[in-house]
Design a binder for this molecule. Structure first.
Ligand SMILES: C[S@@+](CC[C@H](N)C(=O)[O-])C[C@H]1O[C@@H](n2cnc3c(N)ncnc32)[C@H](O)[C@@H]1O
Length: 220
């Protein structure tokens, strides 16, 4: 993975609009990612930032920023659901100017086949953002048909959820489902069987999204 340390965050303009005019003081970036938002804030005078990400792969980005802004920047690998404890431990004397959440996956996560998030590239079924107890492999290979159907239905809103769940269970009788492409092939088989007009990208994206939400406990 190449380190695009100066990559521009997708939301940079929105961040500027929301925070303008920038006030001096402490900011919290709850979703550090490639560090684009953090850098944007640090580029303004007299700002400090505590940045959090559950993914320890992004630690390398944080090290670069540390070199430049050592005394104004702290990086913590944790989930932002632990924010209250993180702030308590630091015994802050002032209320932060802003707490920022740029939710979702970063391109660094999606584009790396070894992370197993994407149906576009073949990789082991992982989909873990960091600090996880389970992986996509567990979901796809251990849950029963009813639970799979409910996950696809509820979080993927896919009308063929029942058939996709059924085909997964059938496949598991032969062998475990190990890769993103194996899972994508099952999803598309269900779509072809139903003879529905379907969009390959949307169909896989919805089911993958539902699994990512469970693996990473995104709602909780
Ligand atoms: C869309 S990216 C953020 C991109 C970032 N703003 C930038 O400018 O590069 C979302 C990041 O949030 C992280 N993340 C998602 N859920 C999290 C959670 N519950 N706690 C901490 N980090 C989380 C992901 O690991 C990912 O790196």
């Amino acid at each position: 993975m190449s380190l695009e340390l100066n990559h521009i965050p997708v939301m940079s303009e929105e961040i500027d609009n929301i925070l303008a005019p920038y006030k001096s003081g402490l900011y919290i970036d709850c979703t550090f990612g490639g560090g684009g938002v953090t850098r944007r804030i640090l580029s303004k005078k007299n700002t400090k930032i505590i940045s959090i990400d559950r993914d320890n792969f992004v630690d390398s980005f944080s090290k670069e920023i540390s070199k430049e802004y050592n005394n104004r920047f702290e990086f913590i690998v944790d989930k932002f659901s632990n924010l209250q404890n993180i702030l308590k431990e630091r015994n802050l004397q002032k209320i932060p100017v802003a707490i920022i959440f740029d939710l979702g996956l970063s391109s660094f996560q999606i584009d790396d086949p070894e992370r197993g998030f994407s149906y576009r590239q073949d990789g082991l079924l992982k989909m873990t953002m960091g600090k996880n107890n389970i992986s996509a492999h567990d979901i796809v290979n251990k849950l029963d048909q009813k639970d799979l159907k409910n996950i696809f239905n509820l979080f993927g809103e896919d009308k063929d959820s029942a058939l996709i769940a059924k085909l997964i269970i059938q496949k598991r009788q032969d062998k475990q489902i190990s890769s993103t492409h194996e899972l994508a092939e099952i999803i598309l088989r269900a779509k072809r069987y139903k003879n529905n007009k379907y969009n390959k990208i949307d169909s896989c994206a919805k089911i993958f999204q539902s699994i990512i939400m469970i693996v990473n406990q995104e709602l909780t």
